[in-house]
Design a protein around this ligand. Structure first.
Ligand code: GLN
Length: 488
């Protein structure tokens, strides 16, 4: 097999080649780095490429494969979103504030992948501090969609999604606060999983909104998603929100099929402003599930229309508290030429943060301030509880819920930059899962004028196996996951 064709293979296939010694990790990693060199000036999916580290890890992986104790991820190149701390490698959050920040520790998820023998090829671009839906809020440069370089890859995990779609990485790890794994996965035609809140440790994830943030994989197919989750899920004493739970082998039930499975279609999710092509692709996906034996029922989630308002109170409020730590004293950017402590603090935050981050800090500070707290933050928390209960109730009647992942396909660069509300609407279908803490996955379900569409599947907390089972059955019945953008 041509080494370049190998770049399109999923983890579960390339891993066989490695363990059968038909290919070494050093060769695989070198080919991946060449691919990055070849396409990166067009996709811009990486903030940092870690060539030397990758080659060293690949050499170690080959030794481990030789010694016979390799795992399925040993020797396989991957990318981490640049809001996950990597010891000794700059971690920027795509912000001037952390442009030169080199963490002294690695995120738990990075460590767990290193234990498996993973090879880090670099850090993925994102919207600054993960705030955005297009990767255009990166303080450095926007990432471009490999399917159409004039369009956004989605966000905030735009770099991870573009890297996987463009064959620059076999998989990536992103973070999802309101849709940041699933929406870019949908727009780039890859699989993106937001696990149950607390299933995967967030220790070392630079915090955006702590009651919503979750990390998870972006992969080429559903099997790979389950494989990566197997490696990274589990309790971590360093993350007080991580759940103690005996994790299953997430690949075990992949082939169980959907016969008799109750699939709910929330009627409120077919929102105004949804593109006709997206809605069509979604309806066809539902038909595929029905043909496979699933039982489809329309359900109603009347409070879902409040999810976006709730999200845009809670996420900025928590962000304003989390981002208070960037004061120019402890770490990160520090303004020079200040004539007092207050002046230094002001200048540091003035120059260090970009416009969207400042907008969120102002929104959040306002919502939390005395006199407004009850009207905004507290009320949002109450509505959050209603939304969560509504979802809990619906999961007594259905096994999974399905919807499109995003109301539109990838939009043009610059198209929504002057209209934050339009940009915020991109996540209208993904935010409820964060608000309720439930798992959700996006799988490719169509192409509209050559641009990918995603099918979102949601389940009750800790029902990842049901998600995978549904997603896998759908994937195997369709061809979408085998399609790749033409970049050459
Ligand atoms: N696009 C949403 C926002 O801007 C979600 C971002 C995310 O999930 N990190 O907040």
């Amino acid at each position: 097999m041509d080494l370049l064709d190998v770049l399109n293979l999923p983890i579960h296939e390339v891993s066989d080649l490695l363990r059968r010694k038909e290919l070494s990790s050093v060769d695989l990693t070198r080919t991946t780095l060449e691919r990055i060199d070849h396409v990166e000036d067009r996709t811009k999916a990486f903030v940092t490429v870690t060539k030397e580290l990758a080659m060293a890890q690949a050499t170690a992986a080959d030794a481990r494969i030789d010694s016979g104790n390799a795992s399925i991820l040993t020797g396989i190149p991957m990318q981490l979103k640049d809001n996950l701390c990597t010891k000794g490698t700059v971690t920027t959050c795509a912000s001037h504030m952390l442009e030169n920040f080199v963490p002294s520790y690695s995120a738990t998820i990075a460590k767990k992948l290193y234990v498996e023998g993973a090879v880090l090829v670099g850090k993925g671009n994102l919207d600054e501090f993960a705030m955005g839906s297009s990767a255009e809020n990166s303080a450095f440069f926007p990432t471009r969609n490999p399917w159409d370089l004039e369009r956004v890859p989605g966000g905030s995990s735009g770099g991870p999604a573009a890297a996987v779609a463009a064959g620059e990485s076999f998989y990536a790890v992103g973070s999802d606060t309101g849709g940041s794994i699933r929406q870019p996965a949908a727009l780039c035609g890859v699989v993106g999983l937001k696990p149950t809140y607390g299933l995967v440790s967030r220790y070392g994830l630079i915090a955006f909104a702590s009651s919503l943030d979750q990390v998870g994989p972006l992969t080429k197919d559903v099997t790979d998603s389950a494989i990566v989750l197997n490696a990274v899920a589990g309790h971590d004493p360093r993350d007080s929100t991580s759940v103690s739970y005996k994790k299953p082998d997430f690949t075990e039930k992949l082939r169980d099929g959907v016969r008799g499975l109750q699939v709910g279609v929330p009627k409120e999710y077919l929102v105004e402003g949804m593109e006709a092509g997206v809605e069509n692709a979604f309806r066809q996906a539902v038909d595929v599930l029905e043909d496979l034996g699933a039982e489809i029922q329309e359900v109603s989630l009347p409070h879902s229309s409040f999810a976006m308002a709730v999200y845009y109170i809670i996420a900025p409020s928590e962000a304003s508290a989390n981002l208070a730590r960037y004061d120019g004293v402890k770490y990160g950017y520090s303004a020079k030429n200040a004539n007092s402590m207050w002046d230094a603090l002001e200048k540091t935050r003035q120059d260090g943060f970009g416009p969207e981050v400042k907008r969120r800090i102002m929104l959040g500070t306002y919502a939390l301030s005395a006199g407004y707290y009850d009207a905004y933050y507290l009320k949002a928390q109450k509505v959050r509880t209603i939304i969560r209960r509504e979802l809990e109730e619906v999961f007594e009647c259905v096994d999974v819920l399905v919807s499109p992942t995003s109301p539109t396909v990838a939009f043009k660069l610059g198209e929504k930059m002057d209209d934050p509300v339009q940009m915020y609407l991109s996540d209208i279908l993904t935010q409820p899962a964060n608000i309720a803490g439930i798992p959700a996955i996006s799988v490719p379900c169509g192409l509209v004028s050559g641009l990918p569409v995603g099918l979102q599947i949601m389940a009750a907390p800790l029902r990842e196996e049901t998600l995978f089972q549904t997603a896998f059955a759908y994937e195997q019945a369709t061809e979408w996951h085998t399609m790749h953008p033409e970049l050459d």
